[in-house]
Design a protein around this ligand. Sequence first.
Ligand code: GLC
Ligand code: MG
Length: 249
Amino acid sequence: MTPFMFVTDLDHTLVGDDAALTQLNQILTQHRHEYGTKIVYATGRSPVLYKELQIEKNLIAPDALVVSVGTEIYLDGKNTADSSWAEILSTGWHREQVLSITEQFSELELQPDSEQRPFKVSFFLKQEVAASVIPQIELMLEKYKLNVKLIYSSGVDLDIVPRSSDKGQAMQFLRQKWKFAAERTVVCGDSGNDIALFAVGNERGIIVGNARQELLEWHNQYPANHRYLAQNFCAGGILEGLKYFGFIK
Ligand code: GLC
Ligand code: MG
């Protein structure tokens, strides 16, 4: 067996089936110990909400933690975000301007303070109006030449982040840093903010069986042989996919 880079979303992907998670944790811990496999969590949560989940589910320590939809990277359990990644994101990012423009849209409801981050502004937006409102917001932000990207997840969350950032870009940054080939990298997810993980390159992809509609629609539109749609839910689907690609026995 050779090492691989394991990248996974948390809510409804790694977390959601406690028995399967226990089994997966054992396999990953052993693989890391024996072969040097790297474990990366890529979540939309802020550091505060990540810590809550980490304690609640007793998550194993990752080699890198990507939080706030790819806008912050914490390496080797450090408490401060990687500054070279922050530097890349800061070019052309104007948080205050994003806030003042989005204020004009009454459909947007700000998420709690803990989820507002240096490179991420987040709202709740109802599914019924999302398809019509998102293009209007995009147009307005473009008009002011703001270099941003809108990411809609789970029929409720709208994140606005720098264009050079998302879970996929953060994953590529780590892959290059650690020199893992795309073929030895596997990404797992269930919802809209995970599309970037699957879309960025030729990494092996595992879509868990309980994936959300926005991700399934995208997958059907852009099918690829290096992406596997699992039958099982959450960590059970990850185990199934890791075996399918031959990363584990
Ligand atoms: C997490 C974050 C939230 C974000 C969502 C989707 O739930 O807490 O701020 O909008 O993920 O990325
Ligand atoms: Mg998720």
